[in-house]
Ligand binder design. Sequence first.
Ligand SMILES: Cc1ncc(COP(=O)(O)O)c(C=O)c1O
Length: 384
Amino acid sequence: MPKFNPSFSTRAIHVGQEADAETGAVAVPIYATSTYVQQEIGKHKGYEYARVSNPTRTRLEKNLASLEGGVASRVFASGMAAINAICTMFKTGDHVVCGHNLYGGTPRLFNQVLTGYGIAFTYVDTGEVRNVERAIRKHTRMVFVETPTNPLMALSDLRAISKVCRQKKVDLVVDNTFMSPYFQQPIALGAGMVVHSTTKFLNGHSDGLGGVVVCTRPEQDEQLGFVQKAAGAILSPFECWLVLRGVKTLAIRMEQHDRNGRQVAAFLAKHKKVKKVFYPGLPDHPQHELALRQMSGFGAMITFETGSLANANKMLRKVRVCSLGESLGGVETLISHPATMTHAALGEKGRKQIGITDGMVRISVGIEDVEDIIADLDQALATI
Ligand SMILES: Cc1ncc(COP(=O)(O)O)c(C=O)c1O
């Protein structure tokens, strides 16, 4: 019989989502239990205590590993807990090279928590591969990249960076939250691990927090499993279930996010009140060619320049279909102000260094009818 090699949506709906063996329930049950009965000392069904493992979690971990093309995955209480879990594998004296434009919470963890444990971080523009190569030192353990970046939508060439990382024997870790595995597969491009805030597109409905690390080697899985057990920042069974439900529609949601994203970006690019649009799908994006090569869609994340804090504030007060708030990746259009929200922790100087201005507005385009999103933005922009 030929080997069955299911495609993305089939895996999203079926891997780890098999019918329940006991009852035939088509949806994965939420195993709301803290512990498991054992048959005798040392004899059990593979589950001992829910911090260590839970069947709903096992199912989700299997599913997400399949979607990213990894050997295994481990889920955590939030995206930040997932990134932190990776860093707990490092020790004093270790060094990390990272992109200079990451989600603001990531450098906050690196600079304000982990440097206290003697881990050093060097921030470079990972858009230039040679910057990464130059920054790698003897004790570098990880290169951490977000592509596209938040909120500047700048890309890094994952294939080229992973080649450098392989030569230097350093793991490339990619935060793939913005693209989801539907549009970008960092492991296929050579990454050693992938992280997501599952809070975003993987869940997709803005109703739960979570994070995942997808591994390419069994020893990473083993170490992260130990971190789950030892540090305990695991994802609850209910929130695992929400993500299992969310990923069933990931492909169709991403297609609609992408269709709407392209139209909203085109509208903004032509609008006379908008000074600049940052979206890799626009032909004038400086890395449009790389986007075409590395991603199979452009997604829903768009940043644009209104010119000033006052202008941004005026329009953000007027939106009705778009909801003003942090986060992204939900079915609803979310609009935010990076300087005072997601990137406030960088401080004015830190933001200026990488080019985040007070006039920037970021949209996570939802899957509503696109003409309503555009009409809403149009009326809000008319106020500036
Ligand atoms: C790209 C990216 N990575 C990580 C995180 C952190 O995820 P969480 O909020 O689930 O901790 C976020 C949150 O906005 C994000 O946008």
